[in-house]
Write a protein that binds this ligand. Structure first.
Ligand code: ADP
Length: 381
């Protein structure tokens, strides 16, 4: 053993959700993945016990910086941020906008700060990538006062979209990556983004991650009149939150499960109806994004469903045939990233997302020493 050798410096990224805490440990020099783990909070014996495992990783490895996924960065945080007392206080103020996620994200930051006050930490926001959008694309048709108060379309899944934006030039080519692209992140949470020149132009999730596509347990775009009706019928706010976020979507429509694999394997008509409605919502939302882009040149699928289910991709794409989309059936069932037919006017790709690696890259970028200011020019002789 090389006793004199210093242990390699590492970057830890933490994605603290409500039911699980995922972490990834990377070499600090080249961001090679060392270890990844998904800790189920329930199985670990609660949030504190689950987080203790993360603290143990810090204690056992030479962790020199930490990145955190923070769902909401509000109107102002358009890029990852080094966390200090001011940033932390700002993010606490945003917690009511993402009550299911933000408090967990912040708890992780606080636990690490308390134990390792000198360890630099960086927040990566799910909303940040969308802050390039035009004001109009972020607005609701609500009274101006509410817009001014911050009731706007924030959009989410930004880490996944930023990663896809960074990979698309490699998978396709520079020209395609800069063209009119729709990215479909289809997982338990699902959304789409319209992208031009590698930047977010519009997205389907809005003020909260309930809007847009039909999802695993979330309803997606739904007439707000239904909320009012149910409230008038005596439903509570908690009950509504439960219906729209936990009991709807694939789970609610099928009455079986939100798991796409199980639904695809089921011969129950409700399972088929749930899958068909999911694909109809997705196709409609994709078509609506062509308005923001003025057409579409490429579509990218990612997320657990988008990466793995050729059936779902085909069901969505076949409803976009009028836009010039044509799938290569063999490619769609295979493992190559390009799945469009040779005569399709729209290119279609499947790319595996990597939100954790994106966070590790953010940590490195944010904490990189800033180049020294150029020396003042000597006075002319
Ligand atoms: P999350 O949003 O929780 O990160 P994922 O991106 O992991 O979710 O996506 C989970 C969904 O992906 C589930 O509905 C699961 O059934 C689906 N999925 C995963 N693998 C496959 C597969 N091979 N075929 C169809 N669906 C799949």
């Amino acid at each position: 053993m090389d006793a004199g050798k210093k242990p390699v410096e590492t970057v830890l990224v933490v994605n603290a959700g409500s039911s699980s805490i995922k972490y990834g440990l990377y070499r600090a020099d080249d961001l090679t993945l060392i270890e990844r783990k998904n800790i189920e909070v329930k199985k670990a014996g609660g949030y504190d016990a689950a987080f203790q495992q993360v603290l143990d990783v810090i204690a056992a490895n030479n962790v020199t910086s930490v990145g955190h996924r923070v769902v909401h960065g509000g109107k102002d945080y358009a890029a990852p941020q080094k966390i200090d007392a001011k940033v932390f206080a700002d993010l606490e103020k945003l917690a009511p906008l993402a009550p299911l996620h933000q408090p967990h994200n912040l708890k992780g930051i606080k636990l690490i700060t308390d134990k390792y006050p000198e360890l630099p930490q960086v927040a990566s926001f799910d909303t940040a990538f969308h802050r390039t959008q035009a004001k109009l694309n972020q607005m609701y048709a609500l009274p101006r006062k509410l817009t001014d108060e911050g009731i706007i379309r924030y959009g989410f899944h930004g880490l996944s979209y930023e990663y896809i934006a960074s990979k698309l030039p490699e998978v396709a080519d520079e020209k395609t990556a800069k063209s009119r692209v729709i990215v479909a992140h289809l997982g338990n949470g699902a959304s789409m983004m319209a992208m031009k020149d590698g930047k977010s132009v519009a997205t389907t999730m809005g003020f909260t991650p309930v809007d847009g596509l039909m999802m695993g347990t979330r309803a997606g775009a739904t007439d707000p009149g239904i909320l009012l009706y149910l409230l008038e019928q005596g439903e509570t706010v908690k009950g509504l939150s439960d219906i729209f976020q936990k009991q709807s979507g694939l789970k609610g429509v099928s009455g079986i499960t939100e798991d796409v694999r199980t639904l695809l394997a089921s011969d129950k008509p409700e399972a088929k109806e749930a899958i068909d409605l999911f694909c109809l919502y997705a196709a409609r939302q994709a078509a609506s994004l062509t308005v923001d882009l003025g057409g579409v040149d490429a579509i990218v699928f990612t997320g657990g469903i988008g990466e793995n289910s050729g059936i779902i991709r085909d069901k969505i794409l076949s409803q976009l045939a009028h836009l010039g989309v044509k799938t290569d059936t063999a490619a769609n069932d295979g493992s190559k990233p390009a799945i469009h037919a040779s005569d399709s006017t729209v290119k279609v790709y499947v790319i595996k997302t990597d939100e954790e690696l994106m966070m590790a890259q953010h940590v490195k970028k944010v904490l990189a020493p800033k180049p020294a200011a150029p020396a003042a020019k000597p006075p002319a002789p």
